[in-house]
Every structure is written in structure tokens, then in C-alpha cells.
Design a protein around this ligand. Structure first.
Ligand SMILES: O=C(O)CCC(=O)C(=O)O
Length: 394
């Protein structure tokens, strides 16, 4: 039976969550005041607690995942701790003691600690916010570009760190590195959908639905990882309902999967700083349209294969970038269906391309335009890092 006070708690928690949610959607993501992201995570913890106390473990886990996906960093450990407990409950395993009173008092302790952390962090967060803007407004200098006379991206087996630094990182030129992922646990595990289902099936993840993010019918959905695996396996993904778990920090969210990957040493050779590690998991035919990113990128192909086309940063203007700020890193040109009347220059532009095979990694230098199409069911991981703070390019 739900008591009056429990119902009141539940309404208050949901209202707090909605209020923070509205703040998260009040403008571009980068301008959201960080404390609201922590407030959202906090509200998710409360909502999860209420679901957990009434035995609604799936709903509790969903709220906690939302906290991880959309919330700030301050409460990440608390969310992860609670996810461990709820996941144990869902699997029918005893966490340590399943008694009702114990369950609630444990939550109360976690939440009290979390609240103290939010209050302590408030001031620090405001400071961070100011630095954040300065960091992201910094304009990256374009790296010099070598001739593109060779049309296919070169492939090097077990490339040395020195070779990577000299021939690719400094000169800003792409390369495929083979035989450098053989030690990743993911190489054996992620081809097995049952493994993925077991480790992450109950978890909620954001997926993109539609042809690609530039199309008007494109949307994002939150579904469980099991539902997503079913969609991938159903084999009837037309363009319109293609689901793609794209550019999501899945490994921050699901710790078990993080243990399956290894950050390539190449990401550290220039003394730079890791920015984000993203998952790209989907059926054959997913397309990431032509765009560029500000960071160095190693795209590691764990499962399946992808076609990738790259244009150097120096020819940005000829690729007709969108004029709106939010999309200015994306080209208006649809490479699957080039309108040569509207975009006459594109057909003459030189590019390099490749098929990235399972077990290979592609280095994409900052600001290089890339278009990516999966040729099979595909699971890739991108590692983005920035230059060392005092390097000439930073
Ligand atoms: O694999 C994809 O679909 C896109 C990857 C990408 O754009 C990136 O890693 O920056």
C-alpha cells in the first residue's frame, strides 16, 4: 500500500526531476548551468529510491540511468553504487541484505551523502562553468595537410608510438592501425549478443532513430539495451526506423562494458588530454553524415566493418558547412545523393577513403571531415583527445 507521505515524496521527487529536466532543455547543452545537471541527477536518485522501495526495480534502474546519461558528474559514484544494488535486485541476487528497513536506511545514507556533496560542490561548479566556456571557445589552428595523391588510407600493422607521433599526429594525416586491439576483451565478447544482453540488457540507453541526424524525421528514444539488441537482430531496419546507439558515453554509464575496452596508448603520445570515449553500435546501413570534430580521434572497430570517407580540414569551405551554429560542423552535402547543381564543387574534391575492418583502428586528425556508413552490424568505439595545453596547436 502506498501511504500518503510516500505518494507526496514521489510527487515531490518527480516534480524536482521535471524542473531540472526543463532547465537542461532550456538552451544549447553547453550553456546549461552545471548545477542543474547535478540537480537532475539528485532528483533521479530520489525517484529511483521511491521505485526501489516499492519493488519497481526496472523503473528504479531507468531513473538511475537517466541520471547517468543527463546528470552531472558530482553524483556519478552514488548513481553507480545504486545501480549495482538495483541490478542485483533485478537479477534476484541478494546485494547484502534485502530487508525493507535496511534497504531504506542504506538509501537514506547514500542520499544524505549525495546532498552534502552537491552543496559542497556548488561553488566549485560555478567556477568550472566559467572555465568551461573559455576552453570551448578556443579556436583550433588547422594542421598542415599532405598531398592526397594516395586515395586509400594507409594501413600500418602494430604502428610504433614514435611512428604514430612523427608521421600522423604531428603531420595531421590519417592512418589505419591494425593488430593493436588483439588484447581487448571486447574483441571476443561483443560478437556475442547474449553476452551483451547479460551485461547490459536491463539498462536504458539513448538511441537515434531515422536516416541520420540531419533529417527532419530523426528523433532520439530511450530504450533498454535488450530492446535495442532485438531491433538490431530483427533485420527489418529501413532507413526511416533505423536505430543507432551513436555518440554515447556508454562506458561511463555501464562499468562492465568499460572493462572490455583499452584506451589506446596512441591517445597519450602527444601529452594530450582524453575528452570522451563514445560507443557507436548499430545494424548495417547506419550513416553518420559528413562532419568534423575538434579533437583527435581513434575510431576502433570492434565488431563488423565500416566504409569511411575523409576530406582534409583545409577544404572546409568547399564542403558547404551548414550556417546554423549548432550544425556548422556538418556539411549540407548528402554524400549518398550528391546534388551537383546545388553543390557543384564537391565532385572535384580529393578525398581518402577506406573500409575499416574488424580489429582495426582509424586515426582521424582534428577537423578532418568524415562520413561513416556501416556495412554490417557494427560496434565501434571512438576515443577523442585534445592537444597538450601548451602545444602549438592548442
Ligand atoms: O562511426 C560512426 O558512425 C561515426 C563516428 C564518428 O563520427 C566519430 O568517431 O567522430
Amino acid at each position: 500500500m502506498i501511504t500518503q507521505s510516500a505518494a507526496g515524496d514521489s510527487r515531490a521527487a518527480e516534480a524536482a526531476k521535471e524542473m531540472a529536466w526543463e532547465q537542461l532543455h532550456s538552451g544549447p547543452w553547453h550553456s546549461v548551468v552545471p548545477i542543474w545537471r547535478d540537480a537532475y541527477a539528485m532528483a533521479c536518485l530520489y525517484v529511483a529510491k521511491i521505485h526501489y522501495s516499492s519493488g519497481e526495480f526496472n523503473l528504479a534502474l531507468k531513473a538511475l540511468d537517466m541520471g547517468l546519461i543527463m546528470g552531472g558528474f558530482t553524483l556519478r559514484d552514488d548513481l553507480n553504487l545504486c545501480i549495482g544494488k538495483v541490478s542485483s535486485a533485478l537479477r534476484g541476487e541478494a546485494f547484502s541484505d534485502n530487508g525493507e528497513s535496511r534497504r531504506n536506511s542504506q538509501w537514506r545514507m547514500d542520499l544524505n551523502m549525495a546532498e552534502v556533496r552537491v552543496i559542497n560542490c556548488k561553488l566549485r561548479l560555478y567556477e568550472c562553468m566559467n572555465n568551461f566556456d573559455a576552453k570551448y571557445l578556443k579556436v583550433l589552428r588547422l594542421l598542415p595537410v599532405k598531398s592526397l595523391s594516395c586515395k586509400t588510407v594507409g594501413k600500418k600493422s602494430s604502428l610504433s608510438l614514435e611512428g604514430f607521433l612523427q608521421d600522423h599526429l604531428i603531420s595531421g594525416f590519417p592512418v589505419i592501425i591494425s593488430n593493436s586491439m588483439t588484447h581487448w576483451p571486447a574483441k571476443d565478447r561483443w560478437n556475442d549478443m547474449n553476452y551483451l544482453k547479460k551485461v547490459a540488457g536491463f539498462r536504458t540507453v539513448p538511441v537515434e532513430v531515422g536516416k541520420n541526424y540531419l533529417c527532419s524525421e530523426w528523433k532520439q528514444e530511450l530504450i533498454t539495451f535488450s530492446e535495442f539488441l532485438e531491433r538490431i537482430q530483427s533485420n527489418d531496419c529501413s532507413n526511416a526506423d533505423m536505430s543507432y546507439l551513436a555518440q554515447h558515453q556508454l562506458f561511463e554509464q555501464i562499468q562492465e562494458l568499460k572493462q572490455d575496452i583499452v584506451i589506446p596508448d596512441y591517445c597519450f603520445v602527444g601529452g594530450g588530454e582524453m575528452r570522451s570515449i563514445n560507443a557507436w553500435f548499430g545494424p548495417p546501413g547506419t550513416v553518420t553524415p559528413l562532419h568534423h570534430d575538434p579533437h583527435h580521434n581513434i575510431l576502433a572497430q570492434v565488431v563488423g566493418r565500416k566504409y569511411i570517407r575523409l576530406y582534409p580540414a583545409s577544404i572546409s569551405e568547399e564542403l558547404y558547412p551548414h550556417s546554423e551554429t549548432m550544425l556548422s560542423n556538418s556539411s549540407q552535402v548528402d554524400l549518398d545523393n550528391i546534388d551537383d547543381k546545388e553543390f557543384p564543387k564537391v565532385l572535384d574534391l580529393e578525398f581518402v577513403d577506406c573500409i575499416l575492418e574488424e580489429g582495426e583502428m582509424l586515426y582521424i586528425p582534428p577537423k578532418w571531415w568524415h562520413y561513416v556508413r556501416s556495412l554490417t552490424t557494427s560496434f565501434s568505439v571512438s576515443f577523442w583527445w585534445s592537444d597538450a595545453p601548451n602545444s602549438p596547436d592548442s
